[in-house]
Design a protein around this ligand. Structure first.
Ligand code: SF4
Length: 254
């Protein structure tokens, strides 16, 4: 069966700076396009048409070459496997974006070859494209799903979709964590609504509060005292709460 090529922003090896697996070395496969517009988005290239992707040739060396988009799936597999040297260097491949689930068919097509190589697949997603998740859920090892809240993103939350999405991960027995980016304007009710998604569907799921990192002068994180309040509020509702900022930006990783 033939599959459509995929629009890619970049492929490179770096250190994961978000969520419970931060500090792990990963190969990042950053897909183009996104179906939402978070006000704090640090990947503006996901909202424009990209004539070419940049692909690292040696893991972590930033020796990028440009490759015309869209990229055929064989070439995509080859680019990832080329970075997987020496074998065992990487914890997993981060399927990220943009919104990687807009490329569910491409992910389903490349996943078997990557898994056959022994690479684990880590899906980083907004956590609302349920039908697309169904297409790839059996092929990924870890799911990091965002629960978006309006005060940070600038658009309405989709908690019903978040619930269905998390339930799919739970029912499939997939390793999953939830992440909420929180800015200075977050309300208690908003946090409670995000907590309720996890509490009602899979309460043992790690729940990461990620203080918003300003990008291009947009957005601010909560004040330190407010962050402590939010952490305590979350811990009263869920057993596994973590407060983790974006650490890759502190150490100039991509
Ligand atoms: S989901 Fe991610 S890539 Fe898409 S707009 Fe939000 S921050 Fe940017």
């Amino acid at each position: 069966m033939s599959h459509p090529p995929a629009e890619i922003i970049e492929i490179f090896s770096a250190i994961q700076g978000e969520g419970p697996i931060l500090g792990r070395r990963q190969i990042f496969l950053r897909f183009g396009r996104c179906d939402v517009t978070c006000s704090y988005c640090d990947t503006p290239l996901c909202h424009v048409e990209l004539p070419a992707a940049r692909i690292e040739r040696t893991p972590g060396r930033r020796d990028f070459v440009r490759v015309a988009n869209p990229i055929g799936l064989e070439a995509l597999i080859e680019a990832v496997i080329r970075l997987d040297e020496p074998r065992g260097l990487h914890h997993s491949v981060s399927l990220t974006g943009g919104e990687p689930l807009l490329h569910a068919e491409a992910i389903a097509a490349i996943a078997p070859a990557l898994r056959a190589r022994g690479l684990r697949l880590y899906l980083e997603t907004s956590g609302h494209l349920v039908a697309e998740l169904d297409r790839v859920l059996d092929l990924v090892d870890i799911v990091g799903m965002d629960i978006k809240i309006a005060s940070a993103t600038g658009f309405p939350a989709r908690h019903d979709d978040n619930r269905r999405f998390l339930a799919r991960c739970r029912d499939a027995g997939r390793e999953v964590f939830c992440k909420v980016v929180i800015g200075e304007d977050v309300t208690d009710a908003e946090l409670d609504a995000a907590l309720a998604v996890v509490a009602e569907v899979a309460p043992e799921t790690p729940f990461v509060i990620q203080p918003l990192t300003p990008f291009a002068g947009r957005g601010r994180p909560p004040a330190p005292e407010r962050l402590i309040e939010l952490d305590e509020r979350a811990r009263r509702r869920l057993p596994q709460v973590l407060v983790i900022p974006q650490t890759h930006k502190m150490i100039n990783q991509l």
